[in-house]
Design a protein around this ligand. Sequence first.
Ligand SMILES: [Zn+2]
Length: 189
Amino acid sequence: MDFNSHTDSIVRVAVGLVNELTPGERRGRDFSPPHDLAPAATEGLRTGYPGHREVTEVEAGELAEIAARLRVVFDAVAKGDVDAAALRVNDLLEKTRARPMLERHDGEPWHLHFHGPGGTMTGDWAASCATGLAIVLGSEHHDRLGVCTAPHCDRVYVDVSRNGTRRFCGTACQNRVKTTAFRARGRVS
Ligand SMILES: [Zn+2]
């Protein structure tokens, strides 16, 4: 499954920002973003863009606010409320004033970028992430955004598997649930 490789990268950035910068639970433990936010925010961006430059502390704070707004969209889809998710995304598109622009760089063919009005890196990422989620929600794969279903984990994911059966944020949670199920069976027999 691919929306196209550039959209996939943008949606992975949205996932990375939510997972690194929003509080909640991760792999069975309480999670809060670190006090030193910049490395976490950089890590989030590099989830989709491995070569992204390091961000400043101010940019990291802005990205954390964006991440909180993006999380709401994942939460709504996970609850089966696609209508709420779509309204949220429309709100984000309007607030970020996402503007498409064909660009060509780093030897890549022409592809669409999305910019915010201010010419800032964080404004452009807010616009890009809003647009990436809009493309997913506007496609037949609108249910591919998810929140991990393992106990005590609320990290998010985008399911790009062929059959769309993903339920966990990663293999750590998948293995955690498998082990628990295996132990439960052991107690019964
Ligand atoms: Zn998880």
